[in-house]
Ligand binder design. Structure first.
Ligand SMILES: [Cu+2]
Length: 215
């Protein structure tokens, strides 16, 4: 019995010692871990502070570029063709206007409707449905320039509405001709400040005033 008690006693002591040691060990290794983590945190704060800033600057640049690219890719083809059409009417060239009308029709038909909200998508779809019709009439009416100009006037409003939603890749001047349509007036969008009237062409080339700069 005495031996058993002694053994139990020793075991108890060993247990206590083990527990204390293992506690210390855990504590120690916890401390070490914490120290390590703190060091790592410090390290990452120290040098990736700069890295993070570089990254975020780069991200910002990337985002800007992406946004720019999106705007560019969305409106660019349509604007290119619209301005071609406008300049054909400025030059009183009904055949070139018809060709540009066809290209503008194609540009509208291929318009990239992605990455915009559902509401915007609905609005853009309505604008494009309307614009397609006018572009088609312009393309089919070579030789009837006054008829082409009537459709061009509504098309210009469509373009204005469209870039109000998807943005423009270039500076545009919203120009107003007060004499068009028997004094009711009509607007067009131009890439130049200089007034060149697509509604009257050579008959009244400089009639009009810039109402707004759009960019
Ligand atoms: Cu028509």
């Amino acid at each position: 019995m005495k031996k058993v008690k002694e053994i139990l006693g020793i075991m108890a002591i060993v247990l206590i010692i083990l527990t204390v040691f293992s506690c210390k060990d855990t504590k120690k290794s916890d401390d070490q871990k914490n120290d390590g983590q703190m060091e790592m945190n410090n390290n990452s704060m120290n040098h990736s502070g700069g890295e993070n800033m570089e990254m975020s600057q780069q991200d910002m640049q990337n985002n800007e570029m992406k946004e720019g690219d999106q705007k560019t890719s969305k409106a660019t083809a349509v604007l290119n063709k619209y301005l071609e059409l406008k300049n054909a009417l400025v030059a009183d060239n009904t055949e070139t206007a018809a060709t540009a009308g066809k290209s503008l029709f194609d540009a509208f038909a291929q318009f990239d409707n992605s990455n915009i909200t559902e509401t915007q998508k609905q609005e853009v779809t309505e604008i494009i449905d309307d614009a397609l019709e006018h572009a088609e009439h312009i393309s089919e009416n070579s030789g009837k320039m006054e008829h082409q100009r009537e459709h061009f006037e509504i098309l210009s409003k469509d373009i204005e509405d469209l870039i109000a939603i998807v943005g423009t890749d270039r500076k545009l001047y919203k120009t107003f001709c007060p004499m068009y349509n028997e004094g009711k007036g009509g607007i067009w969008l131009s890439e130049t400040k200089e007034i060149k009237n697509p509604y009257f062409g050579s008959k009244m080339m400089t009639c009009g005033e810039i109402q707004e700069e759009i960019q």
